[in-house]
Design a protein around this ligand. Structure first.
Ligand SMILES: O=C(O)CCC(=O)C(=O)O
Length: 277
């Protein structure tokens, strides 16, 4: 993929001016409630560039060796997902694409200057990313994602990460499968040592259904999500796609514990090895 032609500037994202006070308030709410929302961070120009690239990647027009794809379940049910399939062709609805740091536009977005100011308030020292992922819910197809936490043995790290920044590429009201959270649930740690999907028995004990809080977002909004916060998203029953781009930031000293293959080396961002800022 050639991103820069002769005499052209590389694609650069633009963001709304955001004061330190606004970021401090977002961090305070993130710490207390496990989540917060910064409205309209990405400009329309940035959104256009990212959406265009998301479409090219999801349709296979732009490809990179190493991108990881997961097809959505045609039934729209999480339990019907088939794992381990990867890329199955251009006409598939993919629910997830990982390793988007390989793409220059998504890489530039995840390293933008507003994100650096947020991340530096949470992560001390050089920073790496665990993952850079699009969660996509195609119009009238996108499936549900149950209550889960992003940590535990499932993530294979010597310590759990804390901060994810989720950027809405489209409007995400509840009907489109917007994010729902269980406020303050991050204070209780992991529901199981494995992490990932929260077992139904735990969800019932926490009365999660009654306490679920929808966090509707507009395209360009950014959510700060604590990795231990219980969060989920429903199916997309609207006529428009709903795509979110999420990135998990953590200290560069974090180690991968996996044994079956060589431990992962994480991509550096703010001050981490091979970061661009
Ligand atoms: O976008 C979604 O529906 C889910 C996002 C999510 O689970 C995450 O960012 O960890």
């Amino acid at each position: 993929m050639i991103e820069v032609g002769a005499g052209q500037q590389p694609w650069q994202p633009t963001m709304r001016e955001i004061s330190d006070a606004e970021i401090d308030a977002a961090i305070e709410q993130f710490r207390a409630e496990g989540y917060s929302r910064l409205a309209a961070v990405a400009t329309e120009e940035s959104l256009q560039g990212l959406r265009e690239r998301a479409e090219a990647i999801l349709s296979g027009k732009v490809q990179y060796p190493g991108l990881f794809f997961q097809p959505d379940a045609p039934s729209g049910r999480y339990n019907d997902l088939q794992f381990g399939q990867g890329w199955t062709g251009p006409d598939t609805n993919y629910r997830k694409v990982e390793k988007l740091e390989l793409d220059a536009r998504f890489r530039a977005w995840l390293e933008n200057a507003v994100f650096e100011r947020i991340v530096r308030r949470v992560v001390v020292g050089p920073v790496v990313i665990y993952r850079a992922v699009i969660f996509s819910k195609a119009a009238r197809v996108g499936s549900d994602l149950p209550w889960h936490q992003d940590g535990g043995r499932f993530w294979g790290l010597d310590r759990d990460a804390e901060l994810q920044l989720w950027t809405g590429l489209d409007d995400a009201p509840p009907a489109a499968g917007g994010i729902e959270v269980l406020p303050r649930s991050h204070h209780s740690g992991l529901a199981t040592p494995l992490g990932g999907v929260v077992p139904r028995v735990n969800a019932e004990a926490a009365d999660a259904e009654a306490r679920a809080l929808p966090v509707p977002t507009r395209a360009g909004d950014v959510l700060l999500l604590h990795n231990y916060l219980w969060h989920r998203s429903g199916p997309n029953i609207t006529d428009a796609p709903r795509r979110g781009f999420t990135v998990c930031y953590m200290p560069a000293s974090t180690r991968c514990l996996r044994k079956k293959r060589a431990p992962r080396e994480f991509v550096g961002v703010f001050g981490g090895a091979n970061g661009t800022r």
